[in-house]
Structure formats: structure tokens, C-alpha cells
Design a binder for this molecule. Structure first.
Ligand code: HEC
Length: 173
């Protein structure tokens, strides 16, 4: 996965490549979607599946850790929403607290039973994006505690970039 490697390798240049890649995928799916709306007039909906090109890599994860991953994801979404709430209220200390405890590096050892850790079953590139998310959240907390909203938003973007990077590259079903 080129775009993933460049993302974790050289942050600045890599990001540019990533966004170009993301844009390409987005425009392809938008184009496909637009086309399918024209073609798919019989209401059966069968056209969509065959015309949608899924470029993500399928990663097979056993049922239990797969469940754990999806639960963690819903949790990430809720944490992100809570961070938004505190950012809007300019309460950067609370935003830092939520990010650190809900998404930071301390989460990585959440599961004592290693077989339950989804990271175990991820290809290396995917796992690295996972680490990047946790590092980004930890860094976000550090920056937010210094009290500068603009710098905090830059750190926040690093978090959401990790979400997007993984979602554009991998699926588990
Ligand atoms: C290391 C990879 C990775 C990272 C980083 C990541 N996700 Fe995910 N996420 C996934 C995968 C894989 C799925 C399942 C996709 C599928 O359905 O096949 C998923 C699914 C989800 C879902 C749907 C859950 C469900 O029950 O269907 C949500 C919501 C989500 N992610 C939110 C987030 C948010 C928010 C972030 C960032 C804060 C994030 N994810 C970061 C890999 C990741």
C-alpha cells in the first residue's frame, strides 16, 4: 500500500500523496455513484454493488477480536464527538483529558488477553496507522494542555487523518 507507507514514512510529503490518493478514490466512487443512479432505474438496486469498486484491502480477523475492534470504533467516534464538544467550548484541558484517556497510548494494553487484541491480526501497515492514531491522541493532549486553540486544531487534524487513512485502506468484512 503505497499511500499508507508514505503516510507513515515522510509525514509532509506522504500526506500530500495520501490526499491525492484519497481524492482519486473519492472521485471514482462519486463518479460511479452518479452513474449508477442513472442506470439503476428499475429500483432493484442490484446495479450498485457491481459498479462500486472497493479498493480497500480485506483483513480477516477472528470473530471476537473483530467485535472488539468494532466496539473500539464506536468508542472512538464518541470520544471524537466529546472532544468536539470541549473544543467548541474552548475547554482545552477537558479535551486533552478525554483524548488521552479515551484514545491515547494508554489504551493499547487495554486487553490483557493478547488474542483479543485486534492489532495482532492486522498487517504491519494497518497496525502502524493504529499506533499513529494513539500517538496523535497523546500528542493532541500535550498540545491542548498548553492552551493554544489553533495549535490544538492542527493536532486534532492529525487524529482524524489517522481515522481516514485506515478507513480508506482497509475493511474487515
Ligand atoms: C487502524 C485502522 C483504523 C483506525 C486508525 C480507525 N479505524 Fe475505524 N474502522 C476500522 C475498520 C477496519 C473498520 C471496519 C470497516 C468494515 O466495516 O469493514 C472500522 C469501522 C469504524 C466504524 C463503524 C463501526 C461499526 O460498528 O460498524 C466507526 C464508527 C469508526 N470506525 C470510527 C473511527 C474513528 C472515529 C476513528 C478515528 C478516531 C477510527 N475509526 C480509526 C479501522 C480503523
Amino acid at each position: 500500500m503505497n499511500k499508507v507507507q508514505s503516510l507513515s514514512g515522510t509525514p509532509c510529503l506522504g500526506k500530500k500523496h495520501f490526499w491525492l490518493g484519497a481524492l482519486a478514490i473519492l472521485s471514482v466512487s462519486l463518479a460511479v455513484h452518479g452513474e449508477s443512479r442513472e442506470v439503476d432505474t428499475d429500483g432493484a438496486g442490484e446495479g450498485l454493488e457491481s459498479q462500486f469498486t472497493d479498493l480497500r484491502t480485506l483483513v480477516e480477523i477472528p470473530e471476537k477480536p473483530r467485535q472488539v475492534l468494532l466496539e473500539d470504533m464506536l468508542d472512538h467516534l464518541a470520544v471524537l464527538n466529546e472532544i468536539n464538544h470541549y473544543l467548541a467550548a474552548n475547554d482545552l484541558n477537558s479535551a486533552a483529558e478525554v483524548a488521552e484517556t479515551g484514545m491515547g497510548r494508554s489504551l493499547l494494553s487495554k486487553y490483557q488477553d493478547v488474542d483479543m487484541r485486534p492489532g495482532r491480526y492486522m498487517p504491519k501497515d494497518m497496525r502502524e496507522i493504529g499506533w499513529e492514531l494513539h500517538n496523535a491522541a497523546t500528542q493532541f493532549a500535550e498540545v491542548a494542555r498548553k492552551g493554544n486553540l489553533q495549535a490544538t486544531m492542527v493536532a486534532y487534524h492529525r487524529i482524524t487523518t489517522a481515522c481516514v487513512a485506515c478507513h480508506f485502506s482497509y475493511r474487515i468484512r
